[in-house]
Design a protein around this ligand. Structure first.
Ligand code: AMP
Length: 292
């Protein structure tokens, strides 16, 4: 244990208390910048790409590893979420010097914790909001609390969870937080499957069957513009049914508001969730190039 109560494993310094992490960060000069990546662990190369980006853009990078109980709407999902801190640290050490924050539930939510409640409107009730009630309330609370502890300059969120990015940006605007939210590109396996901790639960056959998700997104991109968004949705769902997965939703949304669209706009995105056996897989793809 160092003066900062940190456990040194490889190059990562691991802090479990908010106080010790803050002392470590306070010891840096005023010119330092902190890039922050909140995760639930079970890291894979999708997370590592975000860490690499953060390392390039900041003098310091903090990665939190915290399986947030308040964002799970099913107790069994929380129970079965993979946890392996040692493996996570090994991966983080392979990309550079990272400060790791791995707090307990009590550290994140002390007894006097004040719940943050923000009405997300339609953003909170469509897609993930509809199928995972309470999920975004949990996400907003944990992100806001972690921002309070880490006080990052920038925070990195994967566009894989595009609705989460929009929710976090909305929350930051509402609480007037100075943190810059950086949306980061979706990282995929060579097969095209979006990298995810949940992929660890798929066997070889299922990894192949799951490709219907990205195939459907590509199919939708191929027919977009020739058809209306509504017709594209119908055809894409028909296409998806050629595979063996169960559809939960397929929606075509506005890139910023994530409202369902009836006319094409630049950056229009298709969002999909399908079940491969018990495993819930989520992905999205831009159908119409954005103006950027
Ligand atoms: P998680 O640990 O699953 O909560 O993810 C932590 C962060 O990594 C979130 O901002 C995710 O959107 C992001 N992330 C997870 N998988 C990917 C991926 N395949 N590509 C880009 N970002 C990802």
């Amino acid at each position: 244990m160092s003066a900062f109560n940190a456990l040194k494993m490889g190059e990562s310094q691991v802090f479990t208390s908010a106080k010790s992490l803050q002392s470590r960060l306070d010891s840096e000069s005023n010119n330092s910048t902190v890039g922050f990546l909140p995760t639930m662990g079970a890291l894979h190369h999708g997370h590592l790409e975000l860490v690499k980006q953060a390392l390039q853009e900041n003098t310091h990078v903090v990665v939190s590893i915290f399986v947030n109980p308040t964002q799970f709407n099913k107790a069994e999902d929380l129970e079965s979420y993979p946890r392996d801190l040692e493996a996570d640290l090994k991966l983080l050490n392979s990309v550079g010097d990272v400060i790791v924050f791995a707090p307990s539930v009590e550290e994140v939510y002390p007894e006097d914790y004040q719940n943050l409640s923000i009405d997300l409107g339609a953003l909170g009730t469509s897609m993930e909001g509809e199928f995972r009630p309470g999920h975004f309330a949990g996400v907003m609370n944990v992100v806001n609390r972690l921002f309070d502890i880490v006080q990052p300059t920038r925070a990195y969120f994967g566009i894989k969870d595009v609705q989460q990015v929009a929710v976090v940006q909305y929350m930051v605007d509402q609480v007037q937080s100075p943190v810059e939210i950086v949306p980061s590109a979706i990282v995929r396996e060579p097969s095209g499957l979006a990298s995810s901790s949940r992929n660890y639960r798929l066997n070889e056959d299922q990894l192949n069957e799951a490709l219907i998700i990205i195939d459907t997104l590509h199919f939708a991109r191929g027919i977009a513009r020739q058809l209306s968004p509504q017709e594209t949705k119908v055809k894409a769902i028909e296409f998806f049914k050629n595979g063996s997965l169960e559809i939960e939703y397929f929606e075509i949304v506005h890139p910023r508001t994530l409202e369902f669209i009836t006319e094409w706009v630049p950056g229009a995105r298709a969002c999909i969730v399908g079940y491969c056996g018990e495993v819930r897989l989520l992905d999205n793809l831009e159908l119409i190039p954005s103006n950027k």
